[in-house]
Design a binder for this molecule. Sequence first.
Ligand code: GLC
Ligand code: CA
Length: 558
Amino acid sequence: MHSRFWLIIALVFSSLLAFGQNSGKDAEGHQWWQHAVFYEIYPRSFADSNNDGIGDLNGIASKLDYLKELGIDAIWISPCFPSPQVDFGYDVSDYEDIDPMYGTLADFDKLAAAAKERGIHIILDFVVNHTSDQHKWFLASKSSRTNEYRNWYIWRDGRGPNQPPNNWTSEFGGSAWKFDPPTNQYYYHFFYAGQPDLNWRNPKVESAMFDVTRWWYKRGVSGFRLDAVDTLFEDPALKDNPQDSEKNALGDFKQERIYNQKLPEVHDALRGLRKVADEYDAVLIGETWTNDIAELNKYYGESNNELQLPMDFLFTKVDKLSPAEFRKQIAAVNAASGWPTFVISNHDIERSYDRYGDGHHNDEIAKLMGALYLTLRGTPIMYYGEEIGMKTTPPTRKEEVKDPVGRVGWPKEKGRDGERTPMQWDESANAGFSAAKPWLPVPPTYKTHNVADESKDPNSVLSFYKSVLKLRHTNPALMEGNYVPVNESDQSVLSYLRTYRDQTVLIALNMTGFMQKISLSKSGFKSAASLLATSKSAANGDTVTLEPFGIYIAQLAK
Ligand code: GLC
Ligand code: CA
């Protein structure tokens, strides 16, 4: 009776522990998204099924098996909704449809069903701050001062002839106000002029936006990545921001955006979005550009009632292989009030391959960084191509630039095309992305870094990612364990433990181009059994030797 009881408990426990992709909580009270590995897909650049040079939903569907085998549990698809593509989809003209260039709603449903079959969740990108200037709400709003949608956006009189209402500048350059001659008023756009800001102070806007999320939840979406949440609210009195005498790369005077960024009201909106998300057991990821942990904490909400996964971009600001810097940031995020979320690349920032690569050991360093953010306590959000060591490849001539930011800021600011180049599938023409000329050029590195070749090479970046992801999904200490830093004064090797019940896993990462040794005895361990290591990294008793940029992940014993 007794042993039977314990057997059942053990079975229940292990199935909960291994619940992988189902919802519900595991034995530690963790939800699926706390153990999931997320993967950002920039749909234009992932896989092109109809050979028009632009990736699409059927293209994504054709790669689900690849993603499954890689070890991905959830895909976040950057905006695939109807859009004039002024900001490549971040200017949405209809929240409840799919842009024909990416497919149809039926294609989306097929993709969702195929993903579900494989236990992969779908996260969509919700552009909450603004719509396209072609959205029907904005067209109505613009049509006259008395239109019922006028107050859905932010319209104001100028300060005088040819003078915008205040000094606010757009993130993409120039004034944040655009004059509309027919109604003789300005509208506000934090980003491009084709991206007018919604007026979140209008309850109708709020409820319409909440309904958009419901609409997609009902279609099987597991959550949203919320775009640009910092900018949802503006000071109603439109006070001028304090301005520097120095200019930014776009030629505008630098400003402290105290009146149009991170206003406290943002949190009311997030709480509202979370309430709806909770009705559907959904997860909210946030694009949260925070300056410190105190700010990050605010995004979790006072009682964890805002974002489950505010992205820690401070982690991406650690711009060199510095154990001390990473230790500091990891410790800070671990002490935050919610579950950590680690990001090292995305469609707006230089790829990690270039940020950390030294030009000689880039592949080794790519594995090292993979070993880092995929073994931490927290949810990693990968960016497509990281797993094969894709490189940032910015345009070389102004005429080639597609990103509005790069067109305005050239040559100081080359824009974001470099991190959005087509996924490198194989060595064939256009890297197997498309039979037609891709919308952005394929980087020359596709000959050496592509899925097909790297799948065959056990030493490739891809093979390493697969191994570390497999370990992450099966090792209880990596799934559930605490993060415990060790050897904290070591300037060369970043080491930490993940501890769970009686298990301890060591992760040791040599961040230098020289051989290094670390001792386990200081942390009270006598031996190590390797779980995953680079070929010349090994333990001998309580000493671990790491080759240059070497990785050593092992089960420790006392
Ligand atoms: C976010 C997106 C970025 C976009 C901007 C405006 O920062 O990540 O790509 O340009 O919002 O929507
Ligand atoms: Ca296409």
